[in-house]
Design a protein around this ligand. Structure first.
Ligand SMILES: Nc1ncnc2c1ncn2[C@@H]1O[C@H](COP(=O)(O)OP(=O)(O)OP(=O)(O)O)[C@@H](O)[C@H]1O
Length: 497
């Protein structure tokens, strides 16, 4: 793949005054010896030759918004429209990409920025390939910068809110980078520390949940002083009150000036934006689907059905829906059933099992090996129904989930968007059926906005609960966070470690 700088490349383009006539972008990166190294990125020649009108069409068709506070001309980074436009990298990093036809819009748009060393906030719908969006530049940065075979301190840290999501990110990095070359390690709570300590001794990339990372950092098992690539996946969750202090403690040894900071999510509530800015240096914000809006946006390929019901009718309705999805087909459909509380999840799982369906469960009261085992059974189709709390709401990429049923509405509309996003992934369609009761009515306004933005039907019965959106608290994630008795988090909300 030939490469040219932006200056050279613009000379090749049609005469139209191109917004992208800018020199290659460069930023500073701290090297192992402490000196700053310039990171430079320039378009591949094949990308330079694409007419600006094609680039503009791509940005318009995918409703891509790029806001770069350091430059009013946000289009100086041409999106990588094809895998042939990727910058050169050895170690076969791109070999696995051949299973896909082209980059997704969030990958196309954020890759050049990340290759150029910029801090990036990436906001794109659920199931749109954000993991590789931050993962591929992470692997490339590591491969490019490798000076010795045995790093004794990690260069990259990726933080995820749940253990299962951390493992999934780890699996993706291994698939693309290979364990040998990239020395990636995954650490999370709920299992022993000794093996993780041993693995950390040769880890270059650490994927972690915050609690365990902080633990191992506090006892001296890991030194993050050389980290120059930090990712907060599900960034709005990582910045909410449950995790904020852990994240602040974790990043202390890696000053913002010396690291590239990357935040990806499908929902970006205003309540976390100021806090996010304190972790980043002049980040570029990329939003697929338009301006980052106050109302979270659901994936448009998911059909959303809201059923306003009496709380006492929920179980009967659930069984009816399951019967339809499990018995009317050649093979039962994969259905994910969400509950809000762990005890509720256990009760619903038992109910479903007693009705003769093949079911597994995942929630915070299970030990970690059961959590992994049950998730795996669902992924492989050995159980066709998975009953989960919000521990499974974010990030999990389970193939072919046809239907999401919300038995109890989550605490925030953002969580709703993430829950239903377990279906309709990677270009597929999906269906989400949500039971909404009078007790959820304070969230009706937010839900109505999500439905309207996705051009979904809004039932009369839902409108009756009101269209006002409760103002978000300044310092908390979701208006209802305060209503939750935090002394009872063990039974209500799961913050992973
Ligand atoms: N370029 C691509 N073309 C097609 N599929 C892709 C591409 N990149 C990634 N995928 C696939 O898309 C699926 C969803 O990707 P991923 O889990 O990264 O989504 P996400 O945007 O992080 O979702 P969420 O917001 O739920 O965390 C995965 O199965 C992944 O392998």
């Amino acid at each position: 793949m030939g490469k040219r700088s932006h200056l050279e490349s613009t000379e090749q383009r049609p005469k139209k005054k191109s917004k992208s006539e800018k020199p290659a972008k460069a930023s500073k990166d701290k090297q192992e010896n402490g000196d700053e190294k310039t990171v430079s990125y320039s378009d591949a020649s094949a990308l330079s030759e694409i007419p600006q009108s094609d680039i503009d069409s791509f940005l318009t068709e995918n409703v891509i918004k790029i806001v770069d506070p350091s430059s009013p001309d946000a289009s100086q980074f041409r999106p990588i429209l094809s895998f042939d436009h990727l910058p050169e990298c050895d170690a076969g990093l791109y070999a696995q990409l051949k299973t896909f036809s082209k980059p997704t819009p969030i990958q196309s748009t954020t890759w050049p920025l990340l290759f150029a060393g910029r801090d990036v906030i990436g906001i794109a719908e659920t199931g749109s390939g954000k993991t590789l969006g931050f993962g591929l530049p992470c692997l490339k940065k590591l491969i490019d910068s490798k000076t010795s075979k045995k790093p004794c301190q990690p260069r990259a840290v990726i933080i995820s809110p749940t253990r299962e999501l951390a493992m999934q990110i780890y699996d993706q990095l291994v698939k693309f980078g290979g364990t040998e070359k990239t020395q990636v390690t995954c650490i999370y709570g709920g299992v022993g520390k000794d093996e993780q300590r041993r693995a950390l001794q040769k880890a270059a990339i650490v994927v972690a949940t915050p609690g365990r990372l902080k633990d191992l950092q506090s006892d001296g098992s890991i030194d993050l002083g050389k980290v120059n690539y930090l990712v907060l996946d599900e960034a709005d969750r990582m910045l909410d009150k449950g995790f904020e202090q852990d994240i602040k403690d974790i990043v202390k040894p890696m000053p913002v000036s010396r690291r590239q900071t990357v935040m990806f999510t499908a929902t970006w509530p205003r309540s976390v934006r100021d806090l996010a800015a304190t972790f980043m240096k002049t980040p570029v914000t990329v939003t697929i689907g338009g301006d980052p809006s106050a109302d979270p946006r659901a994936n448009l390929r998911i059909k959303q059905v809201i059923e306003v019901v009496d709380g006492r009718d929920k179980e009967g309705r659930l069984i009816q829906l399951l019967a339809k999805s499990q018995r009317g087909h050649q093979s039962p459909e994969k259905v994910l059933v969400f509950c809000l509380y762990k005890k509720e999840a256990m009760r619903i799982e038992n109910l479903i099992r007693n009705k003769g369906f093949s079911v597994a469960g995942i929630h915070g009261d299970l030990n970690q090996s059961d959590r992994f085992r049950n998730l795996d059974a669902f992924k492989k189709g050995n159980a066709s129904v998975l009953v989960a709390t919000d521990v499974a709401a974010r990030g999990l990429d389970i193939p072919n989930v046809k239907l999401v049923i919300n038995v109890t509405f989550p605490l925030t509309v953002e969580d709703y968007v993430h829950r239903i996003g377990r279906t309709g992934r990677a270009g597929a369609d999906g269906l989400a059926i949500t039971m909404f009761t009078e007790t959820d009515k304070a969230l009706s306004g937010g839900l109505i906005n999500v439905l309207k933005a996705a051009k979904q039907d809004v039932p009369e019965a839902l409108l009756k609960f009101g269209t006002t959106v409760k103002k978000k608290q300044h310092d908390v994630y979701g208006a209802f966070y305060k209503d939750v008795d935090m002394d009872k988090t063990a039974t209500k909300i799961t913050f992973d470690d």
